[in-house]
Design a protein around this ligand. Structure first.
Ligand code: SAM
Ligand code: SF4
Length: 465
């Protein structure tokens, strides 16, 4: 068993030393690190420390420029879209930043029934979504953890005309290995869990009640998930609780530990910033606020440090920040989100929601905006459904081969969206983008892509490559 009992792989002393040593590094050392990043092999923790100390505007410009080039080389112009699905806001924990915390009496509690979940999914499918992220507080109604398993089955079961959810990712509290096995058996894609903060003292100060107080149980959750055969795991930090530089280095330690133990790191990284939440003082005044420049910096640094790991940006952020970070490294975004259970049927209810959203636009509007910026909105779920997960995915991703699958799949799923759900205005932006992107491909890939697009136009759906 490769699951450690504690999170001793997060070494706070080493992080402090690396940050201290990096503080007085000159421009030449920064440029060495950027040159290394251009080789697309990733960076070590010490390199990351050097980049996180950059403040000179010229070097900052070089950092952003390098991140843009790396993002472009690996991901091209694709952006994968998903919607969160909050099934329950019941919770027995007391995380000071979250509206769902047990002591928050201002929140209306609600766990959706399977029938209500079905209705939510129908709405998402009718909007054009193909991926959802199931989210719940740490307390399940009635049948306990089975509620999560049943919810996954309900979501996959919804079929509407040409639409269905093809990949469910899950963000629920840490599980035992056996529970993870049961979750894997339902056919989930990524298991996602954020450590919130890797800094033990801060962790203890903001998690004041319930099971979540146990730092070690949480930080070893990804080991248990991988032990249970879940290849794709997603890690993250809730930025604003502690110094972002420390957190980014700790993320590196977590990633290297998973690579050491299982031969593959996380599939995705999320970097939520603390947003206002009802019943939470600290969510309104983060102890370590991350301003927009530092936020862009941390996105760029992570892109260079782990170039093949997907990066997720949620609707917590405003449209402007989202646009800027697409260029620097973000590869997946949520759109049209609600964070209150039942929010797609009943719209946003702040007294049931987890936190305030920064981007309130509908999916079609987000897609149009993204396409106008030259990005290809993708609903692709091919890798996971063709078994390209974990190490297999990374083997393919590292030499850059994944692009040959992703581009045609992104275009064919985008075309599906435009034909089945897109508004006239979005189609007017999307069709020329598809034509332009296809025309720029090499002849072999272009022929292959055109064949896939023709199949979609002829009425075939879910054309995978
Ligand atoms: N209850 C599970 C847990 O805590 O891991 C899973 C669901 S929880 C609703 C999902 C994530 O929401 C948390 O991991 C946390 O990072 C994030 N979150 C909580 N409060 C937030 C806030 N005020 N602003 C932004 N994100 C928040
Ligand atoms: Fe519960 Fe998760 Fe919110 Fe903490 S972050 S109160 S565990 S829902």
């Amino acid at each position: 068993m490769r699951v450690p009992q504690t999170g001793s792989f997060i070494d706070e002393t080493r992080i402090a030393e690396a940050l201290g040593a990096a503080a007085d590094k000159d421009a030449a050392r920064v440029r060495d690190v950027l040159a290394k990043a251009r080789e697309l092999e990733g960076l070590e923790m010490e390199d990351v420390a050097v980049l996180s100390s950059v403040s000179d505007p010229e070097l900052l410009g070089e950092l952003f420029g390098t991140a843009r080039d790396v993002k472009d080389a690996i991901y091209g112009a694709r952006l994968v879209l998903f919607a969160p699905l909050y099934v329950s806001n019941l919770c027995t924990n007391d995380c000071l930043y979250c509206a769902f915390r047990v002591r928050n009496k201002e929140l209306k509690r609600r766990a959706l029934t399977q029938k209500e979940i079905r209705r939510e999914v129908e709405i998402l499918v009718d909007q054009g979504h193909k991926r959802v992220l199931l989210v719940a507080g740490e307390s399940y109604p009635g049948q306990g953890f089975r509620y999560v398993l049943d919810s996954v089955a309900t979501i996959y079961d919804v079929k509407r005309d040409n639409g269905e959810i093809r990949r469910i990712n899950v963000n629920v509290a840490p599980l035992t290995v056996d529970e993870f096995r049961a979750l894997k058996a339902t056919g989930i894609g990524t298991y996602q869990l954020f450590q919130e903060t890797y800094h033990r003292e801060t962790y203890a100060a903001v998690h004041v009640g319930g099971k979540k107080r146990d730092y070690d149980w949480r930080v070893t959750a990804m080991h248990r998930a991988m032990e249970a055969g879940i290849d794709d795991v997603g890690i993250g930090v809730l930025f604003g609780l502690f110094d972002w530089r420390f957190e980014v280095l700790a993320l590196m330690q977590h990633i290297r530990e998973l690579e050491r133990a299982y031969g593959v790191g996380p599939h995705t990284i999320s970097m939520p910033r603390l947003e206002p939440a009802i019943g939470s003082d600290i969510a309104h005044e983060p102890p370590f606020p991350v301003d927009d420049v530092d936020f862009r910096k941390l996105v760029a640094i992570l892109r260079l440090a782990v170039p093949y790991t997907g990066m997720i940006m949620s609707t917590r952020e405003t449209p402007n920040i989202r646009r800027e970070t697409f260029a620097l490294g973000v590869s997946q975004i949520s759109a049209g989100s609600r964070t209150n259970p039942g929010g797609y049927v009943e719209d946003e209810q702040f007294d049931e929601a987890q936190f305030q959203l920064g981007d309130h636009r509908a999916l079609d509007e987000v897609i149009r905006d993204v396409a106008e910026l030259g990005y290809i909105p993708s609903f692709c779920t091919a890798c996971y459904r063709l078994g390209r997960t974990g190490m297999d995915f990374m083997d393919l991703a590292k030499p850059g081969d994944i692009k040959h699958h992703c581009d045609p799949n992104a275009l064919s799923t985008f075309l599906e969206y435009l034909l089945d759900y897109g508004s006239e205005e979005t189609r007017a932006v999307g069709e020329p983008l598809i034509a332009r992107t296809t025309a720029e491909m090499d002849p072999v890939r272009r022929a292959h892509t055109e064949k896939m697009l023709a199949q979609v136009r002829a009425g075939k759906r879910d054309v995978l490559c």
